[in-house]
Write a protein that binds this ligand. Structure first.
Ligand code: CP
Length: 316
């Protein structure tokens, strides 16, 4: 197992071996989270600052819980409660957080490239918790980890990502992760949200829902990311749902053992019927739970933790 990186800016930067290392460390931490004492001293004495300048429920809480399970002190700053609204630059905010003795900076920002920019300015690890439509690396890590729990090795497994691919950082990070792991990825949806240019990432582009679902082992739904769209990409939400929403009829085109995933937040009745989101084939809440162990692994490794130490002691 190898790990030499200080920052996690995107899955694009990681090798297959590094992904495997993260999955093994995630499995080790998941084992710890199943114990009666769910805490390890790995980051004792260190301070993790979560700088969330865009709304979040799952990622923010999972990073907080992950840092606490590693015994770190945690400070969370949200957009409305930071001096960014008084005109402070992102650069100054980050350098001030570093001057306040933070040891790790987790950042979510509307602007693509913000974590990469900060990683070049700071001495401390910078972890990307989602930057614009660029990447959401820890989401892809927890998604792939969850898929591996259900499907084993992802090589040759068929994953269909359905919805607003164009504006999705989750889609981009998952495409990087899944193709590195050898999965066959199809991106599906209306041509305005799933342009042919995505084929350059080594995925199949499909606008035919039936064929995109027929042989999938996984279907991952994505919501329409209105906050990143400056023009209309389909006539109405109702028309999107009638043509591309996952409903009972369309779910019947899936193999019986196929699993349904969604990174959240779900727009029930738009990209997925409520009944399917809550069904036995949905692993949506398992994804959320796995987000804690995956983020523990990233915080641990980027702060210099040895993957071997955990690998020897844990069932990876
Ligand atoms: N999946 C995800 O990033 O959810 P949040 O926006 O709630 O963090």
């Amino acid at each position: 197992m190898t790990w030499t990186k200080t920052h996690l800016v995107g899955i694009e930067d990681l090798t297959k071996e590094e992904l495997e290392t993260i999955f093994r460390v995630t499995a080790a931490f998941k084992g710890i989270l199943g114990r009666s004492v769910k805490k390890v001293p790995a980051l004792r004495g260190k301070t993790v600052v979560n700088l969330f300048l865009e709304p979040s429920t799952r990622t923010r809480v999972a990073f907080e819980v992950a840092a606490k399970r590693l015994s770190a002190d945690v400070v969370t700053i949200t957009g409305s409660a930071s001096s960014v609204i008084k005109g402070e630059t992102l650069r100054d905010t980050a350098l001030n957080i570093q001057a306040l003795n933070a040891d790790i900076l987790v950042i979510r920002h509307t602007a693509a490239g913000s974590p990469a920019y900060l990683s070049r300015l700071t001495r401390i690890p910078v972890i990307n918790a989602g930057d614009g439509a660029h990447e959401h690396p820890t989401q892809a890590l927890l998604d792939c980890f969850t898929m591996r729990e259900h499907l084993g090795d992802l090589k040759g497994k068929k994953v269909t990502i359905l919805g607003d691919i164009l504006f999705s950082r989750v889609a981009r990070s998952n495409i990087w992760a899944l193709t590195k792991m050898g999965a066959d990825v199809t991106v599906a949806g209306p041509s305005t949200l799933v342009p042919e240019t995505f084929a350059r990432f080594g995925v199949t582009v499909s606008h035919d829902l039936r064929s995109a679902l027929a042989d999938a082992d996984v279907v991952m739904l994505l919501r329409i990311q209105h906050e990143r769209q400056s023009s209309t990409h389909f006539p109405s939400l109702g028309e999107y749902t009638s043509m591309f929403g996952l409903n009972k009829t369309r779910a019947s085109w899936l193999k019986p053992e196929a699993i349904i995933m969604h990174p959240g937040p779900i727009n029930r009745g738009v990209e997925i019927d409520s009944e399917l989101a809550d069904s036995g084939r949905s692993v949506i809440l398992q994804q959320v739970t796995n987000g804690i162990a995956a983020r523990m692994a990233v915080l641990y490794l980027c702060s210099g933790g040895s993957p071997e130490v955990l690998g020897e002691n844990e069932d990876g």
